[in-house]
Design a protein around this ligand. Sequence first.
Ligand SMILES: Nc1ncnc2c1ncn2[C@@H]1O[C@H](COP(=O)(O)OP(=O)(O)OP(=O)(O)O)[C@@H](O)[C@H]1O
Ligand code: SF4
Ligand SMILES: [Mg+2]
Length: 382
Amino acid sequence: MSLLDVRGLTVTYADGAAAVRGVDLRLDAGRKLGVAGESGCGKSTLALALLRLLPAGTRVGGEILLDGEDVLAMKWGRVRAVRWAGASIVFQGAMHSLNPVRRVGDQIAEPILLHRRATPAGARRRTGELLEQVGLPAARGSAHPHELSGGQRQRVMIAMALACDPRLIIADEPTTALDVMIQAQILRLIEQVVADQDVGLIMISHDLAVLADTCDRLAVMYAGRVVEEGPARRVHEDARHPYARALSAAFPRIGDPASRFAPRGLPGDPPDPSALPAGCAFHPRCPVPLDSCAVEDQPLRDAGPDRRAACVHVTAQDRAPAQDRAPGRARDTDQPPDTGRSWAGDSGGSGDRDTPPAGPHDTVGDTSHAPDSPEEARRPAP
Ligand SMILES: Nc1ncnc2c1ncn2[C@@H]1O[C@H](COP(=O)(O)OP(=O)(O)OP(=O)(O)O)[C@@H](O)[C@H]1O
Ligand code: SF4
Ligand SMILES: [Mg+2]
C-alpha cells in the first residue's frame, strides 16, 4: 500500500474557480515527488487539500488515502491528529509566517506539546534536538524570527514540520526566496531528512530543474491537472507534453551554454480557472495543437515505461518499449538524450506560430527532419 494515494482529486473554490481537476498521484515512504507548474496552476491548492486546509465553502472531491485512510472522510478530530503527526506542511512563504513576537523554540515546541502530550521540559529537549538536526545550535531556540536569517528561518520551519515525526512532508516552494547557496543547503537537508527518516516528500516548485535534481518522480501541472508524470530526470530532460517541454526549456541547463544565454519562455498566460477553455486547456498556448484539441481534452495515458502524459501527440510509438521503436526514436534509455533541441524554444519565445517548432515527440537527436511548414509542424509524428 502506498503512503499516499490521491485519486481523482478535484477542488473548486467558492467563487467557482476549478483549481484542481481530477488529479491522481501516488507516493511511497522514503520517496520524493516533485510537483511543478506555472503560477496559478493549482500546486498550493493541491497541497492544502491533502490536509484539508482549504477555506470554508471550497468543494473537494475524490479520495486522499494516507496510509490507506481517506483524509476527506475523516472526522475533524482525526484530521487534527493527522496534521503534524501523520503529515505536515511547510507552507509557501513560510519564512515570513513565523509569529514575530514568539521565540522560535516555543513555536517548534507547540505541536509537540499539543500532539505528543510532552511535558514542557520534554518539549524543550526535543526542540533542541530538532534544531540541531536542521543544522542550527539548540540555543537558537531562544531567538525571535527577526534575529535569524532567511535560511535559518526556513530551517526552523523544517524543524517544525519534523516535530511530530510525520510520515509525509509537503514542502510548498521551500527554497524559492533563498539565494542559491542557501537553497542548495536546504535541499540537501530535506533530502537527508527523507533518507534518514523514511518519510515521503512532496516538494512543490515552479523550478523543474530543482525538482529534477531533488525528486524521484515529477508531476507537471497545468490549469489544475497533471499533464505529465514520470521519473523526474526523464520528464525534465525529455518531456512528452508540450507544456512540460516549454516549462523545462524555460530554465537554462548546466553544460548547455546556449540555453544559459537564451532561456526560452512560453508566450501567453495560464487560463483563469473560473473560465477554462474547452478541450485541452493548453490549446490556446500550444505550439502544436490539432483542430480537435479545441474541443477534446486528453486523459493521462501511458507515454513510455513508467510515464504518463495527457496529449494527443502521445502515440503508440511513445508507449512502446525502447527496443520496439522505429529507428531514431531512442527514448527511455538509461542515457539521457541530448535535449539541446527542445522544440519549445525553437520559436524563440516570441509566440510567433508562423515559425513552427518541431512536433512535441520529434525524435530527440534526430535532426534529419525539420518541419517545412506550420501544417507539417502541427501534424502528429508517425
Ligand atoms: N482562496 C481562494 N479562493 C478562490 N480562488 C483561489 C483561492 N486560492 C487560490 N485560488 C485560485 O486557484 C488557482 C490556483 O492557485 P494556487 O495558489 O493553488 O496556485 P499555485 O500553483 O500554488 O501558484 P503559485 O506558484 O503562484 O504559488 C489560482 O487561479 C488562484 O487564483
Ligand atoms: S497538442 Fe493538443 S492535446 Fe497536446 S498539449 Fe497541445 S493542445 Fe493539448
Ligand atoms: Mg503556490
